[in-house]
Structures are given as structure tokens and as C-alpha cells.
Design a protein around this ligand. Structure first.
Ligand code: SAM
Length: 241
């Protein structure tokens, strides 16, 4: 097992889906540099019988198949040692937030279980203390894309990954608000219909205090419009200060 500062064990039926997009760009370079690492365990290798069956019908009836606890436990115990945290990607889990992402980057080794079919036998989750994490209120066909999203969000926060060129401090969610809009050169741009679009004047004024105030106001307005739930929390927090 590689000993990078942040390691992820991934239990999956589709190991070839990794590193996927994580092998490109920022996370890909960080992988090459050894700033993070991963191992996959193919749960199929622990399946039963000639067909290497990993699933069976649900007790109590109903559609679909359920991943077996005994098969998944064998896959989990094949890891050289127990990770500090076991996560099961699941639509019924607690939502993945920036706070959760930050928390996970502080754990040097985590194990992620990617479900398929109807999901996983509950007894496996209970016996091995899996925390269920959801990436949103929709149902994917498998946990692999969800694991990639969780890992992507974590990797960019790891030491040495972003360098000095980008900073997470002012990004969406870092202060409970969504981010303000960005503009770059040219300062005046004419679109394909002939309409001219100028950068908000304040941004070219060089007046740092005014720029900060403008950004704060835009940030608040965008949060209020797009995420009234976050805006409520932010307002209440400000009131209690
Ligand atoms: N029967 C499950 C339910 O209704 O909650 C959905 C199973 S889904 C078809 C198969 C697998 O995809 C799940 O076991 C889980 O690992 C993954 N998955 C689907 N949606 C997800 C989401 N929003 N967040 C995280 N993982 C998800």
C-alpha cells in the first residue's frame, strides 16, 4: 500500500472506473506527486460459486438485488489494515458538504464502499460502522461516480495540491455563502450578437475596500436567490454574533 499523506481504499465492482477523472488535471498531478493515493478492491473477487455471485434477492421481497454482507466483509478484511473511517456512498446518507469534505481531508486513510443494484445488506454497514454519505437528492446507478466526486472535493484541499494560484478561502460555502461572480480580460467584450458587455467598474478601480464590499454584496444576493436555505442559516448566524 502506498503511504501518501491521504489514502483511499475503494471497494467496488468496477475498479477500472478509477482513477477516472481523478487521473487528470489537478488531482492527476497530485496523484503523480504522491500527495494522495488509492487502492481498489474488486468485490467480485470475493464472490461465491462459479459465477462469483456478490448479490442475492432481498428478504421480505421486492425488486432488485442486494450486495451480500459476507462477500463485502471478505473484501473489506482483505485490506492490510482497518482504515480510520469507513464510508458508504448512499443516497440516504447525510449530504456531502464542504465542512464534511474538510473533515475527511484530516483523516489520513479512509475506505469507501461503492454500492450497486438496490444497495448493501444493512448488517455489513452496522457491523463495520460505515457512515453513509450522499452527494445529492437523486439516485445514481452506482457509488463509483459519487466516490469520485467526494475524493475530488477532498484532494483539491490537500496540502500542496492547489499551490498559491488558487485559494479555497473565498470559495462557495467556505463562509456559508456562495461565491461572487468572476471577470477577466478583455474589460469590454462584444458578444456574437454585437452586444457590448463591460466589467463592473468597481473591479477596475483598484479600490480594494470597495471591491471587497461589492463582492460581499454580490455573494449575499446570489446566496439569497439560489440557496434560501443557506441564506437563512447565514442571517441567523450574523444575528447571533
Ligand atoms: N435503492 C437505493 C435507494 O433507494 O436508496 C438506491 C441504490 S442505487 C441504484 C445503487 C448505489 O448507487 C447505491 O448503493 C449507492 O452506493 C450509489 N448511489 C446512488 N445515488 C447516490 C447518491 N445520491 N449519493 C451517493 N451514492 C449514491
Amino acid at each position: 500500500m502506498s503511504k501518501s499523506p491521504w489514502h483511499v481504499n475503494i471497494l467496488t465492482l468496477f475498479p477500472e472506473m478509477f482513477p477516472g477523472s481523478l487521473g487528470q488535471s489537478l488531482s492527476g498531478k497530485a496523484l503523480e506527486k504522491g500527495l494522495w493515493s488509492y487502492d481498489t478492491v474488486n468485490m467480485r473477487d470475493f464472490g461465491h460459486g462459479v459465477h462469483k455471485a456478490v448479490d442475492d434477492t432481498p428478504f421480505g421481497g421486492g425488486a432488485g438485488m442486494v450486495l451480500r454482507a459476507d462477500v463485502l466483509e471478505d473484501a473489506l478484511l482483505s485490506l492490510p489494515h482497518k482504515a480510520a473511517k469507513n464510508i458508504y456512498m448512499s443516497p440516504r446518507g447525510k449530504p456531502l458538504t464542504q465542512n464534511k469534505v474538510t473533515e475527511l481531508t484530516k483523516i489520513p486513510e479512509i475506505t469507501i464502499l461503492c454500492g450497486r443494484y438496490e444497495g448493501v445488506d444493512q448488517r455489513l454497514l452496522d457491523a463495520h460502522n460505515f457512515e453513509e454519505v450522499s452527494i445529492g437528492d437523486y439516485v445514481l446507478s452506482g457509488g463509483e461516480p459519487a466516490a469520485i466526486i467526494l475524493m475530488d472535493a477532498c484532494i483539491r484541499l490537500l496540502d500542496g495540491v492547489m499551490g498559491n494560484t488558487q485559494t479555497p478561502d473565498e470559495e462557495s460555502f467556505s463562509n456559508g455563502l456562495l461565491e461572487y461572480p468572476h471577470y477577466t480580460k478583455p474589460a469590454s467584450w462584444t458578444d456574437s450578437s454585437g452586444a457590448q458587455h463591460d466589467v463592473p467598474e468597481v473591479l477596475t478601480s483598484g479600490h480594494h475596500k470597495k471591491i471587497a464590499q461589492w463582492r460581499k454584496e454580490r455573494s449575499e444576493a446570489i446566496t439569497k436567490q439560489n440557496r434560501p436555505d443557506l441564506w437563512e442559516i447565514h442571517k441567523n448566524k450574523e444575528k447571533s454574533l
